[in-house]
Write a protein that binds this ligand. Structure first.
Ligand code: ZN
Length: 62
């Protein structure tokens, strides 16, 4: 995914990168106890660390 056009609202930097949650940061539906879990992807500014956006990797499980 490309974030070249995205600008950091905090520092104005354009060095936006994306990382993926590690195994301790998953998301799952509240009402489905045995549902599978999804990773969370985080886009953030590499210059100041400001988080631009988060998205659920597999929203179909909800
Ligand atoms: Zn920034």
């Amino acid at each position: 995914m490309e974030y070249e056009d995205t600008k950091c609202p905090k520092c104005g930097g354009t060095n936006i990168v994306e990382g993926k949650s590690n195994s301790y940061m998953k998301i799952q539906p509240l009402n489905k106890l045995y549902s599978s879990q999804s990773d969370i992807y985080v886009q953030f500014c590499k210059d100041c660390g400001h988080v631009i956006n988060m998205r659920v990797g597999n929203p179909d499980i909800f």
